[in-house]
Design a protein around this ligand. Structure first.
Ligand SMILES: Cc1cc2nc3c(=O)[nH]c(=O)nc-3n(C[C@H](O)[C@H](O)[C@H](O)COP(=O)(O)O)c2cc1C
Length: 177
């Protein structure tokens, strides 16, 4: 698949069959994450947690529902897998570099998920809700001193990826010449 096709077809998939992605599809998605750019090339500062433990997925769902004060909130959409990107705490003032880098990692993965026909949705809200929950961070084995930045849910889905016609004025542009 050409990159333009994957960009055009990518969309957030929030309905899953409950089945995990096949091993070779997952490998390709993780490889795409590994190939992403990160600030200053500090790859050693980043960590991926591949979570399929149902109890912990439920715990994160519950924590997020409480955080957003919405008991009906189901922010992981019953996906069978959540991959969390965490990063070492940067020096004060450089926080944007870890969140931006984590975004590059998950977006690469989301585009590869289109190629592999695996349902995917980027996740920030639920991750924000666990950022200070030491019990959950410990259960996830997030490295000491690291912050969970964002995530991506993955799983088989019946929702199709198809070419989308997207308005090209959704993001305002100004030129300074
Ligand atoms: C930084 C960022 C955070 C996001 N966080 C969430 C999230 O927590 N939950 C969710 O369902 N979607 C999340 N999304 C997906 C966006 O809602 C989605 O990409 C946007 O509405 C456009 O829809 P599309 O992905 O189908 O094109 C996030 C996307 C980005 C880029």
């Amino acid at each position: 698949m050409q990159i333009n096709e994957a960009i055009s077809k990518r969309r957030s998939i929030r309905k899953f069959t409950g089945e995990l992605p096949d091993e070779e599809n997952l490998k390709a998605i993780i490889k795409a994450g590994e190939q992403a750019p990160v600030a200053m090339g500090k790859y050693g500062s980043f960590h991926m947690t591949i979570l399929t433990n149902k109890d912990l997925l439920n715990k994160i769902n519950e924590k997020a529902a409480a955080f957003f004060k919405n008991p009906k909130f189901n922010p992981l959409y019953d996906a069978p897998m959540l991959i969390i990107i965490s990063a070492e705490k940067p020096s004060p003032g450089l926080e944007n570099s870890i969140y931006s880098s984590a975004a590059c990692i998950v977006e690469n993965m989301a585009l590869e998920a289109v190629e592999q026909n695996v349902g995917a949705c980027l996740i920030w809200g639920a991750i924000a809700s666990i950022a200070n929950d030491q019990d959950i961070l410990q259960a996830l084995n997030i490295p000491e001193g690291s912050i969970p930045c964002c995530g991506i849910v993955l799983g088989k889905s019946d929702m199709p990826y198809k070419e989308r016609s997207i308005a090209l004025d959704r993001i305002q542009i100004n030129e300074v010449k």
